[in-house]
Write a protein that binds this ligand. Structure first.
Ligand code: 5GP
Ligand code: MN
Length: 339
C-alpha cells in the first residue's frame, strides 16, 4: 500500500454505492490537471459512478486532443457558471485534483467551500490548505496522475484502468516531470509510467502531441524571446523574460503557447533560476523554475502570491511590468544562488 490504509478504506466506503461526483481542478489546467482528472473520471465511470469534471477556466487548444476534454464543464459565461455551480451544490463527493489552495479556483473556491459534499483532495503540491475531509497529499509524487494510479492500485482496481484511462494518466505524469527529465522523476514515477504503458498508454503519441504541435508563429515567438528578451543577471545564475501584451498580440499567441519556454534558459550552463513574466489583461502571470536546493515555491509564496513545488512554481503580480521587474530583482536577494 502506498497510502494510509484507513484513508483508502474511507475512499472505498465513499465509492461503495453510486454517487453524484464532481471532479474539480485548478484554473488554467495543465497536462497533469487535465490528465489526472480525466483519467480519474474514466475510472470512476467504470465503477458506475455519475461524474462531472469542472474546470474553473477553459482548457487550452493545445491540450484539446486529450480524450474526454469535450465533456469538461467550464465555469465561464453565464450558462457555464450556472451549470458548474448547480453540479457542485448537488454533488455527494467533490474530488479536488492537482491543487491544494482554494484561491486556485477563481470564484469556484467559495462555492466549493460551502458545498455540502464530502471533499477529497488528491494533490502533490506543498502546504495543503485544510478544506477537505479526506486528504491524499504527498509532495514526493511527480504528478497528481501518478498519485491517482497508486490510489487505484491501493483500491486493488488496476484492472479498471483501460487504454484511455491509462493514456490520460500518462499525459499528466509525463508533462509534470518534463518527459522524465526533472528531479521528480523517481523510481515510482517510472514504475507507474511502465504500468500505464502496459495498460495501453502510447508514449510516442503523447510526446508528439505535447511537444511537436506548434503553430509556426509559436515557434517564431520562442525564437524571438530567446534572441531578444532573455536577460541574465546575478552572474548568469538567474535568467528571465518579460513579455508584454503587445508582443502577445503581435505573435497571435493563444493560451498555453508559452508553455515550456521558461525551461529553455537552463540550456545555458550555470543558470539556476528561470522566470517568465507574461502581461495578461488582468494580472502579470509568472512562472518560476529552479535547480537543486533553490526553493521557488517559498519565493513565489513570499513575493508573488503563488506557490507550487520547490523547483517549479507560479504566481502573479498586480503592478505593472516595470515595477514587477524591480520587485523581482530585489526579491532575488533572498535566494542563496552561490551553492
Ligand atoms: P506553471 O509555471 O507551469 O504555471 O506552474 C508551475 C507549478 O506552480 C505548477 O505546479 C502549478 O500548479 C503551480 N502554480 C502556478 N501558478 C500558481 C499560483 O498562482 N499559485 C499556486 N499556489 N501555485 C501555482
Ligand atoms: Mn501537477
Amino acid at each position: 500500500m502506498k497510502f494510509p490504509e484507513s484513508d483508502i478504506y474511507k475512499l472505498k466506503q465513499l465509492l461503495a454505492s453510486r454517487k453524484k461526483i464532481v471532479i474539480v481542478t485548478h484554473r488554467n489546467p495543465d497536462g497533469d490537471a487535465l490528465g489526472s482528472s480525466l483519467g480519474f473520471k474514466f475510472f470512476l465511470e467504470k465503477k458506475n459512478q455519475e461524474v462531472d469534471f469542472v474546470s474553473p477556466t477553459a482548457y487550452t487548444q493545445n491540450l484539446s486532443w486529450i480524450q474526454g476534454t469535450k465533456d469538461i464543464l467550464v465555469n465561464e459565461g453565464e450558462a457555464g457558471k450556472k451549470l458548474c455551480e448547480a453540479k457542485i451544490k448537488a454533488a455527494d463527493i467533490i474530488f479536488c485534483l492537482d491543487f491544494n489552495a482554494l484561491s486556485r479556483l477563481e470564484n469556484l473556491g467559495e462555492i466549493i467551500k460551502s458545498a455540502p459534499a464530502e471533499k477529497v483532495m488528491i494533490d502533490h503540491h506543498q502546504q495543503p490548505e485544510d478544506f477537505a475531509s479526506l486528504v491524499f497529499s504527498n509532495v514526493s509524487y511527480c504528478s497528481t496522475a501518478e498519485m491517482v494510479y497508486d490510489i487505484i492500485a491501493d483500491l486493488d482496481e488496476e484492472n479498471l484502468v483501460d487504454e484511455k484511462t491509462a493514456e490520460c494518466l500518462y499525459v499528466g505524469l509525463a508533462t509534470d516531470n518534463g518527459f522524465f527529465q526533472f528531479s521528480n522523476t523517481t523510481a515510482n514515477a517510472l514504475q507507474v509510467a511502465s504500468a500505464l504503458v502496459a495498460r495501453g498508454a502510447r508514449p510516442e503519441y503523447v510526446s508528439e502531441k505535447v511537444n511537436n504541435i506548434f503553430r509556426e508563429t509559436r515557434l517564431r515567438f520562442f525564437g524571438y524571446c530567446l534572441h531578444e528578451k532573455l536577460k541574465l543577471v546575478k552572474n548568469g545564475s538567474v535568467a528571465y523574460m518579460m513579455i508584454t501584451q503587445a508582443e502577445i498580440k503581435k505573435f497571435y499567441l493563444q493560451g498555453g503557447d508559452s508553455e515550456g519556454l521558461v525551461n529553455y534558459a537552463f540550456k545555458i550552463d550555470g543558470v539556476k533560476v528561470s522566470a517568465y513574466f507574461s502581461e495578461e489583461p488582468d494580472r502579470i502571470k509568472i512562472s518560476f523554475r529552479s535547480r537543486g536546493d533553490i526553493d521557488v515555491n517559498t519565493f513565489a509564496r513570499t513575493f508573488f502570491e503563488g506557490g507550487g513545488h520547490k523547483n517549479a512554481a507560479g504566481g502573479k503580480s498586480m503592478i505593472n511590468l516595470e515595477m514587477t521587474e524591480k520587485k523581482f530583482l530585489e526579491a532575488l536577494e533572498s535566494l542563496n544562488l552561490k551553492s
